[in-house]
Design a binder for this molecule. Sequence first.
Ligand SMILES: O=C(O)[C@@H](CO)OP(=O)(O)O
Length: 345
Amino acid sequence: MATEACCQAIGILQSHSFLNNFNHHQKLQINLVKFVTRDCLSSNGLSSRGSNYSGQRNYGIVRSSASQTSVVDPVSSPSRSNTGETNKKSSEAALILIRHGESLWNEKNLFTGCVDVPLSKKGIDEAIEAGKRISSIPVDVIFTSALIRAQMTAMLAMTQHRRKKVPIVMHNQSEQARTWSQVFSEDTKKQSIPVVASWQLNERMYGELQGLNKQETADRYGKEQVHEWRRSYDIPPPNGESLEMCAERAVAYFRDQIEPQLLSGKNVMIAAHGNSLRSIIMYLDKLTSQEVISLELSTGIPMLYIFKEGRFIRRGSPIGPSEAGVYAYTRHLALYRQKLDEMFQ
Ligand SMILES: O=C(O)[C@@H](CO)OP(=O)(O)O
């Protein structure tokens, strides 16, 4: 069902590579599947004590490798802009990961897991701030968990995006839901971003800890025990999921549904949770089960990866759109931002 829903969702608003969108006179290069029925690491954003998550070191490596690589420019490449090849091959695709902003239960220091709690006021502000950071990074498709805090984060972040496309939540759970949510304008579809919500990206299920206060639980069961429940790789909390179990469904979903999008040149944003994202980062960065233990993600800090030649390259967390030489940008992304400048200033 997830596969079907996802394919339809992607088909719905499948747009060509982001840069093509800018030339309004350009013949559209869209392999648009018929709508509906067919249709940086910032040091405060991600850290891992004692691991290779030294932001400074990694930024340097990434930047130098990027500068040595020749990146095809889809804007000026006639072969790409005139032959409709854009959708099939892209030299790179952006992948933004964002942990939801602070929730009302984060604020109260409660284990949340799969309980569907909304953002706090601070979380709303964090999501908007995150949106500013990625406002010049292309987004063609958004994946979120089924939980409202991740969805709020994605939507609030997108209110800040300079491209001003409209994120539209896909509803493929039934034929009727599909039919009733159809869009009948090609132009409108081009100005939209499909949002695919999936339980596989949910926070790990925290079992009988859900709703308990983290500090009180540590006082009761001991700090060590609670740390083991919270951060060990393969030890689940009582009747809950271990990180390993969470990774089984989150990484499988990433590989089955999200990687093909990146492979086809789509720029993807994932709004999800501390542990579902930890497991995905473990996969992207090839962390060991030991290394992932100390990986912590802050709420509301977007992390950018570039998918290129089958590899994921961590770029860091983009800063604001006004920053000229943001390390997180590749040449490809800088061109996108330049186009936005031309369009909207
Ligand atoms: O309560 C939760 O769902 C998670 C994330 O807030 O907690 P932890 O920090 O233990 O991963």
